[in-house]
Design a protein around this ligand. Structure first.
Ligand code: SAM
Ligand code: SF4
Ligand code: F3S
Length: 452
């Protein structure tokens, strides 16, 4: 079967994990669309089901098994045969081995082999055999493929793939390979084209965007990239993730000086204890991190800082944990993603024994969540009785008459849909919201003036 014979087949993609996977899914979707396939809402309707998987923590790993096995009980699809394809980080890690436990999977494709997914699925329809492609290096990156964007107003723009940092707990470098930057002009041209077609906001993506360009030019060029992307006409630029050891002064300057770069910075700290940071191989200390935060705030006083924190890294003592708590209290994050350490076989940290009881780790986790909720609430209080512009994404999950948007500081903003508008007319527009309530995870108020 050739690619053209996929014409008319229905497909569904289920995506787990980070923004990298979300963007990769947009490329798989783009490829299937270009073959004439049609996206559907449920696995039961789909001739092709694609799982884009994540293995950063154990919980993500186990979810795939349940999802794949539940496909066994589905009725036959419209075309009579269903092909199940597994891509993403579990696929890259396990390769053919994945078929041992999941005998209803037809296609396995790794994180570097996305350009081949159409051929692999077509072959599986044709011969009913398993097809696996999980190379470590491939010629065609996903960014050369057609692209089906989830929304008309926002785009994920990968600027680099892979990671060179090998934090001792993390599986990502093993499943995403080494850092590989996209050509500078390719990124600038892509954002220019997106802006011309009406996209208002981009998020530049990479596991460590601060080292963008090191492999191409010998030294990082992220600050220069921010300035050039800021000149494309795009209105709002976010980026993620930043490794603290690589955030250069010129990048902080670019953030402060380029109007389109939003006052928001995700700077994963992972732990507030220098001893644990060393065991994590993070290559900064508590003191140098706090110093960096001060330098960022000197240049961008109102910045919204977010972070990732791991609780229960092997050997973490109460004293280490209290250092994390006090760091979170000092920085006063607007948002923090908190994780309980999850052992990832194959990483150096998986070799370290840890006698700490689970209840102790859970108690630490809850204490940290309490601090983060307190500082997030405090952060939002600064915007009480201010007028905050928000890019509208849709409605609140709980109430379809309330619109939901994102502020320049990435806060969720709620307001009743103004009279005379439907939500469809408002999605992708920016409105000014007069904030009359500031909660821990959102602001709410009323729309003033016209959407733009
Ligand atoms: N490259 C990004 C950075 O360093 O900021 C992080 C990418 S990783 C996909 C997202 C987060 O998952 C990490 O920042 C870390 O907090 C968390 N994480 C990674 N490995 C983990 C593990 N083994 N257990 C718990 N959390 C983990
Ligand atoms: Fe994982 Fe560290 Fe790379 Fe982030 S920087 S992806 S935490 S190895
Ligand atoms: Fe998960 Fe892979 Fe992202 S392991 S967090 S989907 S890079």
């Amino acid at each position: 079967m050739s690619l053209s014979q996929l014409n008319g087949k229905t497909y569904l993609i289920k995506t787990f994990g980070c923004q990298m996977n979300m963007h990769d899914s947009e490329r798989v979707s783009g490829l299937l669309d270009s073959c004439g396939c049609l996206e559907v809402a449920t696995p039961a309707e789909a001739d092709i089901v694609v799982f884009m998987t994540c293995c950063v923590r154990e919980a993500a790993d186990t979810r795939l098994y349940g999802q794949c096995l539940s496909c066994k009980s589905l009725p036959a699809p419209p075309s009579g045969k269903r092909v199940i394809a597994v891509g993403g980080c579990i696929a890259q890690r396990d390769g053919e081995g994945l078929l041992t436990n999941l005998d209803n999977v037809d296609v396995v494709f790794g994180t570097h082999s996305i350009a081949h997914v159409g051929d692999l699925i077509a072959q599986a329809f044709d011969d009913g055999n398993h097809h696996v492609r999980c190379e470590e290096h491939e010629e065609n990156p996903a960014t050369t493929m057609p692209w089906h964007r989830a929304t008309s107003y926002h785009a994920w723009v990968p600027i680099m793939t892979g990671c060179n940092n090998f934090c001792s707990y993390c599986i990502v470098p093993y499943v995403r390979g080494r850092e590989k930057s996209r050509p500078f002009d390719e990124i600038v041209d892509e954002v220019t084209a997106l802006s011309r077609m009406g996209v208002r906001e981009v998020t530049l993506l990479g596991q460590n965007v601060n080292s963008y360009g090191r492999d191409l030019f010998g030294s990082p060029r992220f600050a220069e990239l921010l300035r050039r992307v800021g000149d494309t006409g795009i209105e709002r630029i976010f980026f993620t993730s930043s490794h603290p050891k690589d955030l250069l002064p010129e990048t902080i300057d670019a953030m402060a000086e380029v109007p389109a770069v939003m006052p928001q910075l995700h700077l994963a700290v992972q732990s507030g204890s220098s001893r644990i940071l060393k065991l994590m191989n993070r290559r900064y200390t508590r003191e140098s991190y706090l110093d960096l935060i001060e330098r960022v705030r000197d240049r961008i006083p109102d910045i919204a800082l977010s972070t990732d924190i791991i609780v229960g890294f092997p050997g973490e003592t109460e004293e280490d944990f209290e250092q994390t708590l006090s760091l979170a209290e000092t920085v006063r994050y607007a948002q923090a993603y908190t994780f309980i350490y999850s052992k990832r076989p194959g990483t150096p940290a998986a070799e370290i024994d840890d006698p700490t009881p689970r209840e102790v780790i859970l108690d630490r986790f809850n204490r940290l969540v309490h601090v983060v909720e307190t500082t997030a609430n405090e952060f939002n209080q600064h915007d009480l009785h201010r007028v905050v512009p928000a890019l509208i994404e849709g409605t609140s999950k709980k109430n379809a008459s309330i619109l939901m948007g994102k502020s320049a500081k990435n806060q969720t903003v709620h307001a009743p849909i103004p009279a005379g508008y439907s939500i469809d007319q408002l999605v992708g527009k920016i409105v000014d919201v007069d904030v009359d309530a500031a909660r821990t995870w959102y602001l709410s108020g009323t729309v003033t003036g016209d959407p733009r």
